[in-house]
Design a protein around this ligand. Structure first.
Ligand code: KIV
Length: 272
């Protein structure tokens, strides 16, 4: 049975902002396809992120850089078909917004028009301010993303915790204020010290959604493949696994192979 009542209202950016004001934590998970989106939505998640982490967990790339706008639109439209209640946010992929605000606006409009998604997410602070403003003024809600920004991995060189130093922490707080002023409805804070994430969350009035950012934020996001235990070699400190899908699925496949080889599948009841 679904955890979402039949008359549950669609999640909106305004409801998320009210949740922050009322102290209710926001739940967010990634999804990239119809089947996964249907399960996650019917369980009652607030926000589904069609993350460019699809590049890693769906396509097997080492980074998020190779995924294209067309591929993100394909994933997003599959997700949208499985969703009744959650707010669906889609990452603008690397190369689809960094060059200028015209390109950013065009990419955001393509995502909204061709996938039916409800909002887009961009990585970065001050540098993307104009793009955020233009996308928001075209009527498209924008989520920001600060801290560890995987699209800049080759600039930073590692996936370690960001903004440990005072200078970088100050800059991150400034970036969060700039994004709020530019019109973002929420900001993802990835892999930064818990104390800093709490400070950012207390400084701005829009919700912060943390991943590896401790408990002092307004909501939490995980990559669903990590939560389900499908990515068995990825074990960062911030990750809590709720299933051991990799081993469970491998065992199921082994059992199927055994049954086929033993001529036990299909049996009489499973045949016409
Ligand atoms: O692409 C993604 O999955 C993300 C989350 C880690 C926030 O951006």
């Amino acid at each position: 049975m679904s955890a979402v009542s039949k008359d549950a209202k669609r999640m909106t950016t305004h409801v998320l902002q009210r949740m922050k004001r009322e102290g209710e934590k926001i739940s967010m998970l990634t999804a990239y396809d119809f089947s996964m989106a249907r399960i996650i939505d019917s369980a009652g998640i607030d926000v589904i992120l069609v993350g460019d982490s699809a590049s890693n967990v769906m396509a097997g790339h080492e980074t998020t850089l190779p995924i294209t706008l067309d591929q993100m639109i394909y994933h997003a439209s599959s997700v949208i078909r499985g969703v009744k209640r959650s707010l669906v946010v889609v990452d603008l992929p690397f190369g689809s917004y960094q060059s200028n605000s015209d390109k950013a606006l065009e990419s955001a409009i393509r995502i909204m028009k061709e996938s039916g998604a409800h909002a887009v997410k961009l990585e970065g602070g001050k540098k993307i301010k104009d793009s955020v403003k233009r996308i928001v003024s075209a009527g498209v809600p924008v989520m920001g993303h600060l801290g560890l920004t995987p699209q800049s991995i080759y600039k930073f060189g590692t996936y370690t915790v960001r903004a440990r130093e005072e200078e970088e922490a100050k800059e991150l707080i400034e970036d969060a204020k700039v994004l709020q002023k530019a019109g973002c409805f929420a900001i993802v804070l990835e892999k930064i010290p818990a104390e800093l994430a709490k400070k950012v969350s207390e400084t701005i009035s829009i919700p912060t959604i943390g991943i590896g950012a401790g408990p002092g934020v307004d909501g939490q996001v995980l990559v669903s493949h990590d939560l389900f235990g499908l990515t068995k070699d990825f074990n960062p400190r911030f990750l809590r696994r709720y299933l051991d899908c990799y081993n469970e699925m491998e065992n199921a496949v082994k059992a199927y192979i055994r049954d086929v080889k033993a001529k036990d599948f299909p049996n009489e009841k499973e045949s016409y």
